[in-house]
Every structure is written in structure tokens, then in C-alpha cells.
Design a protein around this ligand. Structure first.
Ligand code: ATP
Ligand code: MG
Length: 240
């Protein structure tokens, strides 16, 4: 079943067209990698889904319901969570306080406690450090925290913008082990902006390559990551 449908979406920042009639579809439980060079529009695609930027044209549907044009909080309530670029944590707040911020508009207090328990079950490391300030966490731990925070809203679809950036390979393995467990055990649908073809190889799923605001290539993640097509399309030569 189609969970996310992005259809012919165009986003402009002033004169600059950051997304040009971009279309993607994502089935429930599927993993989609988004790759492409700097400035290709990857983050803009995620922001358009999240409602942080407004498409000039096109429409976005989540579970059949139109989300483009709605406010970010409303889109979040409808089952979408985003982990933006840059792993922003509130360093002066504790880990638990950071997690509670992820509850957003879900006012139900009991539900929030259950969500917190679930996040701690996924990330025992966060439970152990729940009263510590988030500012003392390492980069990998902060990545876990922002993923945990995004899970607090109980999403069906989670988008993560470059989770591996600046992390050591072993730490990236740990982050992905958790993402894969969420995918396999909870059926979470994942949309991951990722520059590493190796990650796409290991994880599998589908992949799109963006270039100049367009979806230049789409296919099976392993097949694309393995072949030369991706590299050729990435750098803008070869046919695709
Ligand atoms: N707030 C903004 N105002 C103006 N231009 C912007 C803004 N955000 C992004 N852009 C421009 O839009 C284009 C797409 O940016 P975007 O951040 O979506 O690319 P990206 O693929 O995520 O790049 P990166 O790999 O560097 O993260 C770029 O040319 C960028 O400079
Ligand atoms: Mg980006």
C-alpha cells in the first residue's frame, strides 16, 4: 500500500528552483534512500514533506490524505516525523527533556509515558543517561537522541537527513542497526538521505538519485549502488 506520494512537486527559494517536478512513491514498510550531490534538493524534498517549505506546484499525500499546504505540526500528527540535518539537541536540557519535546501536540500524558518507555527500550543507552545533559553526548549518541525524539511522536513514516554525516564507521553501524530493527520489527517506513552507497548496499530497499532538483534515477538500492550507473548519473555524465 502506498504510504507516501510526492507528485510533481516544485519548490522555489526566490529565483532558485530547488525542486523541479519531483515525484516519489513509498510503500508502507519500505526503505527509500535519497542520494545526490550537494545542492541537489535532497533536504528540500524532506522539508516539503514535513511542511517546512511550501511547494509552488504539485501535491504530497500521506496515506491517501493531502498533506501539502498543511502546517508541520498537523503533518506530524498525521504520522510523519523528520530528523533534520545537523542533529540539533538542546544541550542544556537533559536527555529525557529532549525526548519529551518530541511528543509535540500529543497531549495524552499516559501515551507520552508509553512512548518514552518504547524509546528507552530501543535505546537503553538513552535510558542509562536520562538525567544527563544532552550537551555531553558524543555525535553518535546525539544521533540516537534525535532519532529517539522523532520516534516519540509515534510516526508511521520517518525521514532522516544524512544520519551518517561526521560519524565513525562503527557508530554508523550502530545507528543503522537500530533503524533496521525499527523497520523490521515495527514496520516503520524510512526515507533516508544518505551519501554512502555502502549503506544502501547493506540495507537494501529502493534508491533515488537527485540532481539539480530533479529525480534523475530511481531503482533498487543494491543494484544501483553496485553498478556504474549511479556514479555516472551522480556526476552528470552517461545516459540514465
Ligand atoms: N532557505 C534557503 N534559501 C535559499 N536557497 C536555499 C535555501 N535552502 C536551500 N537552498 C538552495 O536550494 C538548493 C537545494 O538545497 P538542499 O539543501 O535541498 O540540497 P541538498 O541536496 O540537501 O544539499 P546537501 O547535500 O548540501 O545537503 C541549493 O542550491 C541550496 O543552496
Ligand atoms: Mg541537505
Amino acid at each position: 500500500m502506498t504510504l507516501l506520494e510526492v507528485k510533481d512537486v516544485t519548490v522555489r527559494y526566490g529565483q532558485l528552483t530547488a525542486l523541479r517536478k519531483a515525484s516519489i512513491g513509498l510503500d508502507e514498510g519500505e526503505t527509500l534512500f535519497v542520494t545526490g550531490p550537494n545542492g541537489a534538493g535532497k533536504s528540500t524534498l524532506l522539508k516539503a514533506i514535513a511542511g517546512v517549505v511550501s511547494p509552488r506546484e504539485g501535491e504530497i499525500r500521506l496515506d491517501g490524505r493531502r498533506i501539502s499546504g498543511r502546517a508541520p505540526e498537523e503533518i506530524a500528527r498525521m504520522g510523519f516525523s523528520m530528523v533534520p540535518e545537523g542533529r540539533e539537541v538542546f544541550g542544556g536540557l537533559t536527555i529525557e527533556e529532549n525526548l519529551r519535546l518530541g511528543v509535540g501536540m500529543r497531549a495524552d500524558k499516559d501515551q507520552a509515558e508509553r512512548d518514552l518507555e518504547q524509546v528507552y527500550a530501543v535505546f537503553p543507552m538513552l535510558r542509562e543517561r536520562r538525567d544527563r545533559h544532552a550537551g555531553v553526548l558524543s555525535g553518535g549518541q546525539q544521533q540516537m537522541l534525535v532519532i529517539g525524539r522523532a520516534l516519540m511522536a509515534g510516526p508511521r513514516l520517518m525521514a532522516i537527513d544524512e544520519p551518517s554525516l561526521g560519524l565513525a564507521p562503527k557508530v554508523i553501524d550502530d545507528v543503522y542497526a537500530i533503524l533496521l530493527r525499527l523497520r523490521d520489527k515495527s514496520g516503520l517506513t524510512l526515507l533516508i538521505v544518505e551519501q554512502s552507497a555502502t549503506r544502501a548496499m547493506l540495507t537494501g530497499g529502493r534508491m533515488i538519485l537527485m540532481r539539480s532538483g530533479e529525480v534523475a534515477l530511481a531503482g533498487d538500492a543494491r543494484e544501483l549502488a553496485r553498478g556504474d550507473t549511479l556514479r555516472a548519473a551522480y556526476f552528470g555524465y552517461g545516459d540514465h
